[in-house]
Ligand binder design. Structure first.
Ligand code: GLN
Length: 389
């Protein structure tokens, strides 16, 4: 048998999905892979039921159905203050996952360098490697969530083609400050690179922190490919609806890459999701309040369990320090499933550096589920005495 591609040799099973698999095997509460156990807003479900009867059921325009793109662009312009156009500046994709892949492929050639902040969401290395580009990593301090600007400039000055910026960040919940973003913008101008953003948690930010869209910074629109999705904002992770917006010329290339990758996102789901895009500001305010409540509830259990954590500024994850008795996050995460019935992701899978002191929980679950999980986490204190490596 011939050998598979060398490029994909480095790929292993996604640790996030592996933890879901083990959680299911032991019937544990799954706080590893981040997805809700509650329904999307009823408006979307009603529109979906109606769409079953009325259609569309055939291909939409490859870069997005016109009515969906129009509704999306209206919502984006409202939230960002930009004035992008639905015919020129946007491509609808199969989730932000495809938006990121198509973006990297649209601007990078094999051998180009791509900067990635570490820790990072696992797909970014894959996006880079599948393009034939080379990932370069910049460390975010695991405890302070800050990065060294000298280290950044040293990496950026090596002729990089693009930076991947996940803001608000998965897994740490870091929300980049205006000062940090302005620094990144100055570097992008000085060293002439693209910025590919992943802003899927744009509406999940905890006051006093605020999300700033990178492409709204002076001079940044033309070098930013802004990726996001409807997955988190409307609790529809399985609908796989994402998008990328930016400069017309780059997006023109993006349209072609996207067409060859997937042809298009599901037409009936685009139609049904318009009901979400048409909701007013109160929907996003309510969403934020719900997440504040979920975060406060889950973090109160971490406090009771005596666990240390990094209070997230945004997104719906929390990085929790593993107990002092334990030295390995992978082993601890499996122990936690088997002994306490709660699944988390070992934090090391997000890091380029050997950081083994954190596990990541998500709290995108019903209040009841979070209470159940929280009660189980209280068992750690009793059981940790029996912990054997
Ligand atoms: N974004 C979610 C997480 O980080 C889901 C990841 C996935 O299934 N690939 O957990």
């Amino acid at each position: 048998m011939p050998l598979p591609s060398k490029r994909t040799d480095i790929f292993s099973e996604s640790i996030i999905r592996k933890m879901t698999r083990i959680a299911n095997q032991y019937n544990a509460i799954n706080l590893s892979q981040g997805f809700p156990d509650f329904d999307p807003p009823p408006e979307l479900l009603e529109r979906l039921a109606q769409t079953c009867k009325t259609g569309p059921h055939q291909y939409a325009i490859t870069w997005g159905a016109k009515n969906f793109r129009d509704a999306l662009v209206k919502k984006i312009n409202h939230c960002t203050g930009l004035s992008i156009e639905s015919e020129k500046n946007i491509v609808v994709t199969c989730g932000s996952t495809e938006a990121m892949m198509a973006s990297v492929m649209s601007v990078c050639d094999p051998g180009d360098k791509v900067l990635i902040f570490s820790p990072f969401y696992e797909n970014y290395t894959a996006d880079t490697v599948l393009t034939g580009a080379l990932p370069l990593y910049i460390s975010i301090d695991p405890d302070t969530l800050e990065f060294d600007r000298k280290e950044f400039e040293k990496a950026a000055s090596q002729g990089v083609k693009a930076l991947i910026l996940c803001n608000p960040s998965n897994p740490t919940g870091k929300v980049f400050t205006i000062d940090e973003l302005e620094f990144i913008a100055s570097m992008a101008t000085k060293y002439d690179f693209f910025v590919i953003t992943d802003e899927v948690y744009e509406h999940i930010v905890y006051p006093p922190y605020k999300h700033i869209y990178f492409s709204t910074l002076p001079g940044m629109f033309d070098r930013t490919l802004s990726c996001s999705s409807l997955s988190k904002t409307y609790s529809i992770t399985g609908w796989r609806l994402g998008y990328v917006f930016g400069n017309e010329k780059i997006l023109d290339r993006g349209k072609k890459v996207h067409d060859f990758l997937t042809v298009g996102a599901a037409a009936p789901l685009q139609e049904a999701a318009i009901a979400g895009l048409e909701m007013g500001d109160e929907y996003y305010a309510e969403l934020q309040n719900e997440y504040i409540e979920k975060k406060d509830l889950f973090l109160s259990y971490l406090d009771k369990a005596g666990l240390e954590y990094i209070d997230p500024m945004g997104a719906y994850y929390v990085m929790v320090k593993i107990p002092a008795e334990v030295s390995d996050d992978n082993h601890f995460a499996e122990w936690l499933i088997k002994n306490c019935g709660v699944a988390a992701v070992p934090g090391s899978c997000f890091y380029r550096e050997p950081v083994h002191s954190y596990i990541r929980f998500h709290f995108v679950k019903k209040k009841e589920t979070l209470i159940q999980a929280g009660e189980k986490l209280l068992l750690i204190k009793q059981k940790i005495g029996e912990y054997r490596r």
